[in-house]
Structure formats: C-alpha cells, structure tokens
Ligand binder design. Structure first.
Ligand code: ATP
Ligand code: MG
Length: 251
C-alpha cells in the first residue's frame, strides 16, 4: 500500500499524519518507508539529522543515476525508513518543466524498492504542483487530512479534480483511502458543525477516527519524535493508533 497524504491547504496536519501513521505502522511490525516530498522537510526533521542528508529524494527524482535506495536512511525508529527531503526540492519543479516523464519520476524510482516495504507513506507539500502529482501517480491510495475549522472544505474540489485527472491519464487504480478530520476540538460547536459538514460531503469516506487537538501532538516535532515515543499515553497517540488500525483494515 502506497499512501499519499495530500491537501494543498497549508497546516492541516499532513506532516503530523505522515509522521505518526508511518510510526504506528512500523510499531505494528510492518516495514514502512516515509517519503518526504515537501521541500520544507518537516517529516524528515522528525526522524533524521538534516546534517546527515547528503543525498535527498530530490537527487533520486532529478538524477537518473541516483536510485531511491541511495537516499533512503534508517530512522530513529526500528522498522521505519525515510527518504529525506532537503530545501533543494523546491527547485525541482522548475527544473523538470518540459520533461514528458516528469510526473512519473517517483513512481519509477519507487518500483525498485517497492517489495521491501509493504507500507509507503508520502508526505506532500501544500500545493497541487508537480511533487503532489508525482505522489498521486505513484500512490495506490490517497488520504486527505481536513482540519476541523472554518473553510475546512475550501480547495478539496481542486484536489479531487487533480485526483480524477491522474486516474484518467496515469494511475487508474488510485483509490481514496479516506478523509481524516484533524485538530478537532470537541468542546466547540464550530468543530461539531464542521464535522457534520465534512461527513455530509464525504460520507463513508470519512475515517471513524477523528484526530483531536492535542498539545502533545503539537510539541512532538520539536522533540524530533513521533507521538508514540514522545507521549505514548496521550490522546494523540491513541488517535493515531486508531487511524493506523483503520488504514490497515482498508488496505
Ligand atoms: P504544511 O501544509 O505546511 O505542510 P501540514 O498540513 O503538514 O502543513 P502539520 O505541519 O502537520 O500540517 O500541522 C500544522 C501545525 O499544527 C503544526 O504546528 C502541528 O504541530 C500542529 N498540529 C497538527 N496536528 C495537531 C493536533 N491534532 N493537535 C494540535 N496541533 C496539531
Ligand atoms: Mg507538512
């Protein structure tokens, strides 16, 4: 299963979900690869020392002589490997303009390591540009995190349209894994209304698991840890563990 975590809206919990879902899958005993396609490199920073990243997923995409296994590093967690990002990834989109296979780079490179990892999680940048399209072309499934707040559904039409285009032209078997409500604050009526609205639009595609707003989740990247090592008894850990169960059941 190759899960692209995408939403072009910024700050909705893509990276938090990528970090903690991949960690949960590894804890459940599945060899898991986390690919960081975001030039901000936030997922990478949680698991590998940026100083030790001499070659990144950028090189694997841009350089035909560099394979994904040349850039994959073990993470601080057993069973979890990371294809790290680095700021240079931002230049890539401009560099690939005009290449007919530009959208297929990640898929092609992933093919060589695919059978080593039953689960691959791809963290996307907050755009619908070439990097996100590469993730959708390579993925078997799309997971869309939606922040439980005002304008929660803003932009999801464009994302679904992009998904349809990718299905039509490049990856017909791409499936919707689910829509994940994130940063939910049970105490507010706004959050309750938003939850209902998201369920109205996406129906059964919405995961039963809802990720609550949780301080432990918010601070864990600063400690460069997943929620499972930072605060194993937090609601954040319970929420992401429960998401992992649902993801495995939908695989
Ligand atoms: P970007 O679009 O910039 O890549 P993103 O979609 O990856 O952002 P995150 O980086 O995961 O979003 O989350 C945005 C911010 O919200 C971060 O500071 C993160 O720590 C915080 N955050 C994410 N999920 C939660 C949560 N459930 N409770 C509290 N804070 C959270
Ligand atoms: Mg992010």
């Amino acid at each position: 299963m190759i899960v692209a975590i995408a939403n072009q809206k910024g700050g909705v919990g893509k990276t938090t979900t990528a970090i903690n879902l991949s960690s949960a899958l590894a804890l459940r005993g599945h060899r898991t690869l986390l690919i960081d396609l975001d030039p901000q490199a936030n997922s990478t920073l949680s698991y590998v020392d940026q100083k030790k990243v001499d070659r990144s997923v950028y090189d694997a995409i841009a350089d035909s002589a560099c394979s994904l296994s040349d850039v994959i590093q073990p993470s601080t967690q057993e069973g979890l490997w990371v294809a790290p990002a680095r700021i240079g990834l931002a230049k890539l989109e401009a560099q690939l303009v005009g290449d007919l296979d530009a959208a297929f780079r990640v898929k092609d490179k992933l093919a060589a390591v695919r059978d080593q990892f039953p689960y691959v999680v791809i963290d996307c940048p907050p755009t619908l540009g070439l990097l996100t399209v590469n993730a959708l072309v390579a993925a078997t499934h799309l997971l869309i995190p939606i922040q439980s707040s005002y304008f929660a559904l803003e932009g999801t039409d464009d994302l679904l349209e992009t998904m349809d285009k990718v299905r039509l032209r490049a990856n017909p078997s791409l499936k919707m894994l689910g829509v994940l409500i994130t940063m939910h604050d049970r105490r507010t009526s706004l959050a309750r209304d938003t939850k209902l609205q998201i369920r109205e639009v996406f129906g059964a595609q919405v995961f039963k698991t809802i990720i609550s707003k949780n301080v432990r989740l918010e601070e864990s990247p600063a400690y460069r840890e997943s929620i499972f090592s930072h605060a194993p008894n937090s609601t954040g850990a319970a929420d992401y563990y429960s998401l992992c169960e649902e993801v495995m059941a939908r695989a």
